[in-house]
Design a protein around this ligand. Structure first.
Ligand code: 6CS
Ligand code: FE
Length: 316
């Protein structure tokens, strides 16, 4: 697809061929998902049980408690702490501060700046699940550490990741998933991930034009590409709300379009997670559907999209 020029967008109103157009209309809509959730053709031959596959398909997420051993999680925790203290070898652009401006909120592209997180991203236990559910080879679209520090860690407002990845990054279809690995205990108190079960089967289009260089603001506090209260009420009335809690090492796998968010953390206990987003190679990025220039590579991989070669050894 060739780049859509802003002036073309203005004269055409909006791209009517885009089935997931968002931030275009002046009122929100809820439209059906047009893509599968589970792409696997032979569901019996994968790394998940039939019950796990059914539950992922129905809810849009799956929580796995013991994919990694305690010593592997301890190693990842040590790396999480090291990267907070020392930014040697890290591109300063990939460091995102909390809205207050002092504490570290996120580090992006950790699968490029840390050998251990690179190794984690290619771990066969994760990659086999992503390949199975997406029925394709996969690459890392985005990776990040979210520190959510005690006292000062701010919320991640409700959103569908796909809405942003489609509009701002040019991800064509819903054929990606996220893996979140908790690296501290996540409780009901310290701002755990919350999800709306079943919300992945609907697409909420958002209101408001994306400002230029939106990511500089949105990665700290997102205001565009977030659903309106009425649509959220509808989704929650239908599906309810759940949180993903558990000890460090709990793994949540969630569909790219499931509605999710998390509260601020005013407890003394940090809520830190590693996130890896896998996208199907066949779903590689086009030009952003919102018509603006693409976001940088460290947020959305566009040129470094080699399929991952899975590693089967242990991390520790
Ligand atoms: O911008 C992104 O890619 C991700 N971050 C935020 C704050 N919202 C959308 C998406 O999850
Ligand atoms: Fe998200």
């Amino acid at each position: 697809m060739s780049a859509t020029k802003p002036e073309m967008l203005a004269s055409a109103g909006h791209d009517t061929t885009d089935v997931y157009a968002s931030r275009v209309l002046d009122h929100p809509t809820i439209v059906p998902r047009l893509d599968p959730v589970v792409y696997a053709k032979d569901r019996a031959s994968g790394p998940l049980t039939p019950e796990q596959v059914r539950s992922y398909e129905k809810d849009g997420f799956l929580v796995l408690k013991s994919l990694f051993s305690p010593s592997e999680i301890a190693r990842l925790q040590a790396e999480l702490a090291r990267l907070r203290e020392s930014h040697a070898g890290i591109d300063p652009q990939t460091l995102v501060l909390e809205p207050g401006g002092r504490e570290l909120r996120s580090i992006f592209q950790i699968h490029r700046s840390s050998e251990l997180f690179a190794r984690l991203a290619s771990d066969a236990r994760l990659v086999s699940i992503a390949r199975f559910l997406l029925d394709d080879r996969v690459y890392v679209h985005q990776s990040r550490l979210n520190y959510k520090p005690g006292f000062f860690g701010k919320e991640f407002y409700w959103h569908s990741d796909f809405e942003t990845w489609h509009t701002e990054d040019g991800m064509p279809r819903m054929r990606a998933l996220s893996v979140s690995i908790s690296l501290t205990e996540n409780t009901e108190l310290n701002g755990p991930l919350m999800l709306v079960p079943g919300s992945h089967r609907r697409y909420v289009t958002c209101v408001g034009r994306t400002p230029a260089d939106h990511y500089k603001q949105s990665l700290r506090r997102q205001e565009y590409g977030v659903p309106d209260p009425g649509s959220l009420e509808t989704l929650v009335a239908e599906g309810g709300l759940v949180s993903s809690t558990g000890p460090a090492g709990t793994v949540a796998i969630f569909d790219c379009n499931v509605m999710h968010g998390s509260n601020s953390n005013v407890t003394p206990h940090p809520r830190s997670n590693a996130f890896i987003v896998y996208n199907a190679v066949s779903n590689a990025l086009l030009q952003p559907f919102g018509g603006q220039p693409p976001r940088p590579e460290f947020i959305a991989a566009r040129s470094r999209v080699e399929p991952i070669e899975a590693h089967t050894s242990r991390l520790a």
